[in-house]
Ligand binder design. Sequence first.
Ligand SMILES: Cc1ncc(COP(=O)(O)O)c(C=O)c1O
Length: 399
Amino acid sequence: MTFSALSHLECPRCGRTHDAQSLTNLCACGSPLLARYDLSAVSTTPSDVATRTPDLWRYHELLPVQSASSVVTLGEGMTPLLDLARLGDLLGLPRLKMKDEGLLPTGSFKARGAAVGVSRASELGARALSMPTNGNAGAAWAAYAARAGLPITVAMPVAAPSINRTEVAVAGAELVLVRGHIGQAGAWVREAVADRIPEVFDVSTLKEPYRIEGKKTMGLEIAEQLGWRMPDVIVYPTGGGVGLIGIHKALLELRELGWVSGELPRLVSVQSTGCAPIVAAFDAGERESQPWPDPRTVAFGLTVPKALGDFLVLDALYATRGTAVAVTDQQILEDLSVAGRLEGLFLSPEGAATVSAARQLRETGWLGEQDDVVLLNTGNGLVYPDTVAVDAPEVDPPA
Ligand SMILES: Cc1ncc(COP(=O)(O)O)c(C=O)c1O
């Protein structure tokens, strides 16, 4: 039995195929590359998977890492899929669920992409890594790079959550704070790092093909946790869109394997009104987005003015009869508190944005009462301690 069924890399834009056995960034046409698997060679069944350890490596045939000894892990995966009975009642969605990614190592779903991306980069002989980040990805990649013994340079906007700086620093990574947004941090990485560190491998979002494979496991887990069934709707907070592209890819692969059947869930991209390039493109029926001027939102991970994989996100929304919605920062913060009070969950603002989107889509009737809806809380609220004002009296202890 092979550990991984990876066969090659494929360009979703021009269709060219690439060898998967060397370190590769983009296709010559500028598009991100996608990992392809020989699914006909996978003889594993869902019951085999059920006997494996509860982490994302239980799906190793559908992941790119070639050998178990290359796996760099901090125990990531199999996050809870929670019923949100009280919140669902309030929103008129009795079947509402949330996958809580806040419990992963480094506090966000970025651990999935980092675990698989670092494992594969290290397996293929990378000597040093570099990346721009909105914070959480940098924290995750720094941690996994440390565990793999690989140096990494992380460029982060000055405005990113301060705990992310600490996480990067504690993992011993080189940290640079860029006065600008993630696109400008990416430009710094391209210009400043390549000259200084000769063999550096750029692991920016979608510039290498394996981060998406890690994030794909959110889709694999949702299907497994529902008893190898797909929900009606999945609501995802979209910045670079890697998670949404990954979930779509996962479900297509599972359907090809015959582990799930039927129509794919309608996929929903949520952005903030302060940075909503995908929503604007979707509303205009476009295949690509336009750069968003002056991106700003409390859901910092969504501050991506123009995603490299925007066309893949939009394709996934159109193909699944999904939609894209923008929600205000004020609504996000209100829903963060509502979810805390009703469900005991301290959501990231990105996760709270999915609650606001579900609220909005139920109000407009796009979501029906019987829809089986899964929201993604992509990060832990503890990373953003200032989202909730605390008004508690200070008292002296009794004498
Ligand atoms: C907590 C959180 N949610 C969502 C996102 C957006 O992720 P994606 O690139 O998959 O759209 C980010 C990205 O930084 C994030 O940190």
